[in-house]
Design a protein around this ligand. Structure first.
Ligand code: 3PG
Ligand code: MG
Length: 409
């Protein structure tokens, strides 16, 4: 995929005036105390909707929201998200209480060219997660064309992401297109040398990711609590630090394989330690071999930041997933901020292509104030991880199988 465009986009959808377009977005926005806490996903979806509205299409938006598990859960209704979408778009957004059936059909029948309608949560139907062809057909029957703009849900082979592409001519929306192009530039055909920063707490959840990274990148920076396990596996005493004792063999295997494949692994050379994880505890910066028994590693130290920032200047491409330290607490955000700011500076100077993604990573980069300075920041969580693992995403396969015949309903 990537730049050679193995999928159809809105450019291929020239004449869609009056056409009914089923647009799969990812309106699964984060909430806090029942209120929408971040509208980034809506802002990212807006250009596709605006473009289709401008072309005079009838835009029927569908999405999942949270995990109602096939039942109608009123707290998981998309209605309030529709209101938020309307204010992002500065356009009225109608709402249908069901994504299929008479409610949906009536709402679609009432649409005029250029109107936007949001359908209720697709996961209120058990068929969504089961990829039930009946649900796919019922969704497809509402529209003439399908546009998928939900990269962040593309790791799910569900009725509204995968199944539906069998019944309607299918296109990638602008967000999906940008995401696929950016990801392609980062790992499929990157400018070398390419480096990855992988942080997070557990090796056990990122094994496939690490294996795929060492095969693809020239430099792999390991940060977060995951680095503690790598250090401990080499006999470094990590005190009270979070680590996975049962993963030491695995960590050593990963290091041996990286060596074989010519991938240089960078681990911390100095660290910031404290007795507790909280805001502003007493901290010390110590050499990685001098972690006190009663302390834990909560960030990488200034010497490590220097090493990493120097390594960045030698890269042409950077993929970032996971913070370097416990950035939610001060001052353990320091290294992540410093390295993120360096990556942003190099990106702005045109020297680095930087692609980042994953829930924590987005918050960490936002916190560092560089979210708009990276080449591309994906709002995908699970889908971004599976892509880093080298897995084929069902929603993407469905869009890129251009030879696929549309089955008449
Ligand atoms: C996400 O937020 O990662 C996507 O919307 C997918 O949601 P899910 O993990 O509930 O399938
Ligand atoms: Mg998820």
């Amino acid at each position: 995929m990537g730049d050679q465009k193995a999928f159809k986009t809105l450019d291929d959808l020239v004449d869609c005036k009056g056409k009914k377009i089923l647009l799969r977005g990812d309106l699964n926005v984060p909430t806090h105390d029942g209120k929408i806490s971040d509208t980034t996903r809506l802002e990212r979806l807006a250009p596709t909707i605006q473009e289709l509205v401008k072309k005079g299409a009838k835009v029927i938006v569908c999405s999942h929201f949270a995990r109602p598990k096939g039942k109608v859960v009123p707290e998981m209704s998309l209605r309030p998200v529709g209101e938020a979408l309307a204010s992002v778009l500065k356009l009225p957004v109608a709402f249908a209480d069901n994504c299929i059936g008479p409610d949906a059909q009536k709402a679609v029948d009432a649409m005029k060219d250029g109107d936007v309608l949001l359908l209720e949560n697709t996961r209120f139907h058990a068929g969504e997660e089961k990829n039930d062809p009946t649900l796919s057909q019922d969704l497809a029957s509402l529209a003439d064309i399908y546009v998928d703009d939900a990269f962040s849900a593309a790791h799910r082979a569900h009725a509204s992401t995968e199944g539906v592409t069998r019944y309607l001519p299918s296109f990638a929306g602008r967000l999906m297109e940008n995401e696929l192009n950016a990801l392609g530039r980062a790992l499929e055909n990157p400018k070398r040398p390419v480096g990855a920063i992988v942080g997070g707490s557990k090796i056990s959840t990122k094994l496939d990711l690490l294996s795929n990274m060492i095969a693809k990148v020239d430099v792999l920076v390991i940060g977060g609590a995951m680095a503690n396990t790598f250090l401990a596996a080499q006999g470094v005493k990590v005190g009270k630090s979070l680590q996975e004792a049962e993963m030491h063999d695995t960590a050593r295997e990963i290091m041996a394989k990286a060596k074989e494949k010519g991938c240089k692994i960078l681990l911390p050379v100095d660290v910031v330690v404290a007795a507790e994880l909280k805001n502003d505890p007493a901290t010390k910066i110590v050499d990685v071999n001098a972690v006190p028994d009663d302390q834990m590693i909560l960030d990488v130290g200034p010497k490590t930041v220097e090493v990493l920032n120097k390594a960045l200047t030698e890269l042409k491409t950077l993929v970032w997933n996971g913070p370097l330290g416990a950035f939610e607490f001060t001052p353990f955000d320091k290294a992540t901020n410093a390295v993120a700011q360096e990556a942003a500076k190099l990106t702005k100077a045109g020297k680095l292509e930087s692609v980042a993604g994953g829930g924590d990573t987005v918050s960490a980069l936002k916190h560092a104030g560089v979210i708009h300075d990276m080449s591309y920041v994906s709002t995908a969580g699970g889908a971004f991880l599976e892509w880093l693992e080298g897995k084929a995403l069902p929603g993407i396969i469905a869009l890129t199988t251009l030879a696929r015949e549309t089955i008449p309903l």
